[in-house]
Design a protein around this ligand. Structure first.
Ligand SMILES: [Zn+2]
Length: 137
């Protein structure tokens, strides 16, 4: 499958994660917070990963985050990503606590990235999907 014909992998929406994707389309990154223990998390799930409570609510992230870890992809493991090589895949921790796997954009040379580096949310639109990415603050 060539990059031109590769189907872009789109997120599978369901009743649980639709508010997450909807929020991104509206320009916000949302996460869940437990109504029992107060812990926050991503990705969406039906119960708190810490205390298993089914009582939770959506909250909007402020957009501040830090870089936990990253790798630079020089090989496309999906044909749809061939044209963007090299690109950076990172574990990012929101100021509110949840971690997510994302991309770092706008950094130029990945060699400038540092552990704990301050990042800012940068929602990008791709193939009709609003995707949460991060750039150096
Ligand atoms: Zn909890």
């Amino acid at each position: 499958m060539s990059a031109e014909t590769a189907e872009f992998p789109l997120p599978r929406r369901d009743a649980l994660n639709t508010p997450y994707w909807q929020s991104l389309e509206e320009g916000h990154l949302s996460f869940q917070r437990c109504g029992e223990c107060g812990k926050a998390w991503l990705p969406p799930r039906r119960e708190c990963p810490h205390c298993l409570s089914p009582e939770w609510r959506w909250e909007r992230a402020g957009g501040q985050a830090r870089l936990v870890s990253w790798v630079v992809y020089h090989i496309a493991y999906h044909a749809a990503f061939k044209d963007r090589l090299p690109y950076t895949v990172a574990v990012v921790e929101l100021a509110e606590g949840p971690r997510l796997i994302s991309n770092i954009v706008g950094a130029g040379d990945p060699e400038v990235l540092r552990i704990d580096q301050d990042l800012r949310l940068a929602i990008e639109h791709e193939h009709g999907v609003a995707v949460p990415r991060f750039r150096p603050a």
